[in-house]
Design a protein around this ligand. Structure first.
Ligand code: DAT
Ligand code: MG
Length: 153
C-alpha cells in the first residue's frame, strides 16, 4: 500500500520565511508524491474547524490568530505510511524538543511558530478528515511518479 494520503501545511511563518520550497523538497526527496496543493489564506471558520480538538485550551486563540495571519501552502502527500512518516520528518511539536534532521528541529525555535502542520497519525482518520476539509476530490490528482519503481521494492 503506497497510496496512503496525508494532509500537510506550510504554516504562515514558513511562507513568510521562504521555506515552502525547503519543505516540499524534503517530502519530494523522500519519495512521497504530491497529489494536491493550494496556496491560500485560512479564515476564522476554517481555523476553528481544523484546530477544533484544541478549542478551550489556553493557546487556542493565539493558534487561530497565527494560522489566519497570512497565507499557507496546504498540500496532500501520498506514499507508504505517509501520515506517520511525515510526522517523523516534522519532529516534535515544540521545535526546541525536535531532533536535528527534522523539519521543525532544523527550521524552528519556538512552539508558536513551528513551520509545518501534518495530520496526527495517532488520531485515526485525521488525515482523511483534514484532506476533506481543505480539498475537493477533483482537486487531487491521480498520477504515477516516474521514480516510484526505484523508491519502492
Ligand atoms: P502538532 O502540530 O504537532 O500536531 P498539536 O496538534 O498538539 O501539535 O497542536 C497544534 C498546534 O498548536 C501546534 O503545532 C502548536 C500549537 N500548540 C500546541 N501546544 C501548544 C502550547 N502548549 N502552547 C502554545 N501553542 C501550542
Ligand atoms: Mg496535531
Amino acid at each position: 500500500h503506497h497510496d496512503e494520503r496525508t494532509f500537510v501545511m506550510a504554516k504562515p511563518d514558513a511562507v513568510q520565511r521562504g521555506l515552502i520550497g525547503e519543505i516540499i523538497q524534503r517530502l519530494e526527496e523522500r519519495g512521497l508524491k504530491l497529489v494536491g496543493a493550494k496556496f491560500m489564506q485560512i479564515d476564522e471558520e476554517l481555523a476553528h474547524e481544523h484546530y477544533g480538538e484544541h478549542e478551550g485550551k489556553p493557546f487556542f486563540e493565539g493558534l487561530v490568530e497565527f494560522i489566519t495571519s497570512g497565507p499557507v501552502m496546504a498540500m496532500v502527500w501520498e506514499g507508504a505510511d505517509a501520515t506517520r512518516q511525515v510526522r517523523q520528518m516534522m519532529g516534535e511539536t515544540d521545535p526546541a524538543d525536535a531532533q536535528p534532521g527534522t523539519i521543525r528541529g532544523d527550521l524552528g525555535l519556538d512552539l508558536g511558530h513551528n513551520v509545518i502542520h501534518g495530520s496526527d497519525h495517532e488520531d485515526e482518520g485525521a488525515n482523511e478528515r483534514e484532506i476533506d476539509l481543505f480539498f475537493d476530490d477533483e482537486e487531487l490528482v491521480d498520477y504515477e511518479r516516474a521514480d516510484a519503481v526505484w523508491v519502492y521494492e
